[in-house]
Design a protein around this ligand. Structure first.
Ligand SMILES: Cc1ncc(C[n+]2csc(CCOP(=O)(O)OP(=O)(O)O)c2C)c(N)n1
Ligand SMILES: [Mg+2]
Length: 804
């Protein structure tokens, strides 16, 4: 199906004819898939369908301009494009619709994503990179509208980095001189989202090779353009972005979505500008339609009037292409009718093959379960009940795994009081079934390669005998210096990260040394800073995206959660984005500079490591560990720690703080105090005061919230002290609840407790301004002292009489 030639302009008429007919065949094949796909949902074989009908022809033109090494970041209408670049067959299209869990059968997501979410494979089986310049690449789609935009910016920026940064020449698996274009698609209505505007502005500022197509069908589900877009016209209102002699900007093009020849010309032109000049291009593709409405969830007859429906029927891009083919004497009506008939058959056959392949393993599993149920039935006094279960399962002609497993599990209940060989066999089968099937749904949340973070071994900082105590920020800075020097693919960008070397000068002097591309200032736009990082990490660079303060991570949190955190998961480990996110936080001043929303963050970004070092040496060691690994991580530096003194290690860039490992800061016997980050300094101070009244506290620094205490060291401490207090600066029930769940439930800490396990957190409200605001909003040394003292008072009031 792949189209070979890049342009039709230099072809003979015969070649031109065959090229057009090949394209038409793809368009009709894609349409047939949409039509049959909808039927599969309506008859219950698939759960949900959203298709690319009405958007076929522009995608043929786009595919012609799309070269090896290029990247797509688009949305659910792009199936024709995926077929045209040879990355999706008919059978694979239906495998996606059915949710086939075999990555070989369903290469987009191994059934994890609903159909219409596309991607390609960047990684080999062992997690190593493929040669991305020898293939056509698609980043993995997400459902939130405009969520594809921030990542697109980074995909485009990578070309600029590869073209202009020295030392990357040998990364030829990722780029050939930065010639690759990143192609975005978005629906007209989704341009209402802030992420669209943020990305458009940033790409104009950065001047990156991005070609953005807006598929305009005037609607966003039922909502008309008049509610979405000023002047109902996105290219009109973007005119201020148009470049001219005096100013850099965009090239903005507009084209009818049903005009095959004009589309080809437009896409060739766009590719040329973006590829050669590294100038972003926006293509507004107008007059597109939705022949079947938005998705299988509803019908567009409810909100489009007869006139609009008639207009759509007449402007269907496939129909218009068909008319053009006949008018241009490329083929006759009869020839096209014959071709269409063949395509219908081919699509039906592809669909049937996909369904058969989807069902085959499940039928085999059903047969296994039935045979075990048969044995169970014959050896049980509850024969009749089990027979009924078996009969019901047997009657299912097209079984799914839920039906098979639920039946087997229910059957065990009928023999709970019996002992038989058949019972043991069924129980074992259920266990093996889980072991075999669960990974199909749960694997690859984290990297499973030899470079995952837990495989990185600790290297301790080394100190020369004459090593000095310095402002802690200098440890970070000098460690970054070493990293930049030894890894030309590392780059950092964020608000104030460039010229002044970040607001706390952890990057002081780095821009002068390594240039404006590698140590860069960014606009105030956290979501797209994150997106820059994702896109560049997908293309083999090692970006560090800096978010100025922890509180402002919230602007980027949606993208962290919806995109970055699940890249490995939703591609079944076929793509990775080992992005490092740098921020600083916890205590400072005011409602939006001293928040510690850790509970919110950790619960939304499973798949990203969340690391909370207590000082800058630990932080620097975590950067070094993440660089040695292939997973994304967020590092929260302690905002009030940059000017504190720490000893300068001599093995900068080399020492590695282990991830998922806690550290005992002080041993004790009466109670275990668990905390992290800035709060630890208060805990340490309080423990000294507690020591003075005879209370011996053990202090544990969690260091890494995600992953959490992989060796279960905390429970070993609780087994010794029999008492537990978790202290942090988040809201009540925030990260402290997560920590308690791990210690009590997962590590079974409840076995060892002699006192109620407790938490000490900030207040539920935001932290108020000033020193007193802090004192009355967040845990203080006195709060910690009294909380611990009270626990000991309950245990032994004689030794620890009430404080009053
Ligand atoms: C953030 C977010 N809000 C709402 C939705 C639900 N939704 C899915 S598609 C869609 C309409 C998109 O319309 P448009 O961008 O014009 O694309 P089209 O489907 O018309 O091609 C909406 C509202 C979503 N997926 N994500
Ligand atoms: Mg639309």
């Amino acid at each position: 199906m792949q189209t070979k030639s890049e342009s039709t302009s230099e072809l003979s008429f015969d070649e031109f004819k065959s090229e057009v007919l090949k394209d038409y065949k793809i368009a009709v094949t894609s349409r047939e898939c949409s039509l049959l796909g909808r039927r599969e949902v309506l008859t219950g074989k698939a759960k949900f369908g959203i298709f690319g009908d009405g958007k076929e022809v522009p995608q043929l033109a786009w595919a012609k301009a799309f070269k090896n090494g290029d990247w797509r970041s688009g949305y659910y209408r792009d199936q024709t494009f995926m077929m045209a670049i040879g990355e999706m067959t008919i059978q694979q299209f239906f495998a996606g619709l059915y949710g086939h869990t075999d990555i070989e059968q369903e290469p987009m997501a191994a059934g994890r994503q609903m159909g219409g979410h596309f991607s390609t494979h960047s990684l080999n089986e062992d997690g190593s990179w493929k040669n991305l310049t020898a293939q056509k690449n698609s980043s993995p789609d997400i459902s939130p509208t405009a969520g594809q935009m921030p990542r697109l910016l980074g995909l485009a920026q990578a070309s600029k980095i590869f073209r202009n940064v020295k030392g990357l020449e040998n990364k030829s698996n990722f780029s050939i001189k930065g010639n690759e274009v990143a192609w975005g698609t978005i629906g007209n209505a989704s341009t209402s989202e802030g992420l669209f505007w943020e990305t458009i502005n940033a790409a104009g500022v950065l001047q990156v090779p991005m070609v953005m197509s807006v598929w305009d069908d005037e609607y966003g589900i039922s909502v008309h353009a008049k509610h979405q877009t000023t002047k109902e016209n996105i290219s009109e209102i973007l005119k201020g972005f148009q470049r001219d002699e005096d100013n850099k900007g965009y090239e903005i093009l507009k084209v009818h979505g049903w005009d095959y020849a004009a589309l080809i010309e437009t896409y060739q032109k766009a590719a040329q500008i973006a590829r050669k000049e590294h100038v972003p291009v926006l293509i507004h593709v107008i007059e597109l339609t939705q022949p079947q409405g938005h998705s299988t969830s509803g019908s567009h007859e409810r909100y489009k009037d007869a006139e609009r429906l008639a207009w759509e029927a007449a402007h269907d891009c496939n129909l218009k292409m068909r008319e053009m083919i006949i008018e241009s004497n490329i083929a006759t009506d009869e020839e096209l009718t014959a071709l269409e008939k063949d395509i219908k058959k081919e699509v039906r056959e592809g669909k049937a093959a996909a369904w058969k392949a989807f069902l085959a393993p499940q039928k085999a599993e059903q047969a296994e379960a039935l045979s075990l149920l048969e044995s169970l039935m014959n050896s049980s006094s509850n024969k009749n009940f089990i027979a009924k279960l078996k009969e019901d399962l047997e009657a299912i002609k097209e079984p799914i795994r839920k039906e098979i497993l639920a039946t087997a599990r229910k059957a065990l209940r009928y023999v709970r009081t019996e002992n038989s060989e058949a019972k043991t066999q069924l129980a074992n089968w259920i266990q093996r079934y889980f072991e075999k099937i669960q990974p199909k749904y749960s694997k690859h949340l984290h990297s499973e390669t030899a470079q995952n973070t837990t495989a990185v071994t600790e290297i301790k900082p080394i100190y020369d005998p004459n090593s000095k105590e310095v402002d802690a920020r200098l440890i970070l800075r000098d460690n970054f210096d070493k990293l930049f020097e030894t890894h030309p693919d590392i780059l950092v960008f964020g608000e104030d990260s460039g010229t002044i070397g970040d607001v706390n000068q952890g990057l002081e002097g780095m821009q002068e040394k390594y240039g404006e591309l590698r140590v860069a200032d960014a606009g105030i736009r956290e979501a797209t800073i994150l997106g820059q990082g994702i896109g560049m990490a997908l293309r083999g660079l090692r970006p560090i995206a800096e978010i100025q303060y922890l509180d402002y991570v919230l602007y980027a949190l949606q993208i962290m959660s919806d995109d970055l955190a699940c890249i490995q998961y939703r591609t079944f480990g076929k793509q990775k984005a080992p992005l490092i996110i740098r921020t600083r936080g916890h205590r400072l001043e005011g409602i939006w500079h001293s928040g510690s929303p850790m509970g919110g963050i950790i619960n939304l970004v499973r798949g990203i490591h969340v690391l909370v070092p207590r000082n800058m040496t630990k932080a620097a060691g975590l950067y070094n560990t993440l660089i040695a690994a292939d997973e994304p991580g967020l590092i929260v530096e302690c905002l009030n720690g940059y000017r504190l003194k720490e000893k300068m290690p001599s093995n900068l860039g080399e020492f590695r703080t282990p991830i998922g490992v806690v550290e005992t800061l002080k041993e004790g016997t009466d109670i275990t105090l668990v905390s992290y980050g800035s709060t630890l300094r208060l805990v340490e101070e309080a423990s000294k005061e507690l020591q003075e009244v005879g209370i011996s506290a053990e202090i544990i620094d969690i260091q890494s919230l995600l992953p959490f205490d992989l060796n279960h060291d905390i429970v070993k401490s609780v087994a010794k002290t029999n008492r537990l207090l978790v202290i942090d600066e988040d809201v009540p029930g925030g990260a402290s609840a997560f920590i308690l769940q791990h210690i009590l439930d997962e590590q079974k800490g409840y076995n060892y407790l002699d006192s109620k396990p407790q938490t000490l957190t900030a207040k539920a409200h935001r932290p108020a301004y000033g020193t007193d605001g802090d004192y009355f909003s967040k845990p203080s040394i006195e709060d910690i002292f009294e909380k611990v003292y009270h626990i000991m008072n309950e245990v032994d009031p004689k030794t620890y009489p009430s404080l009053g």
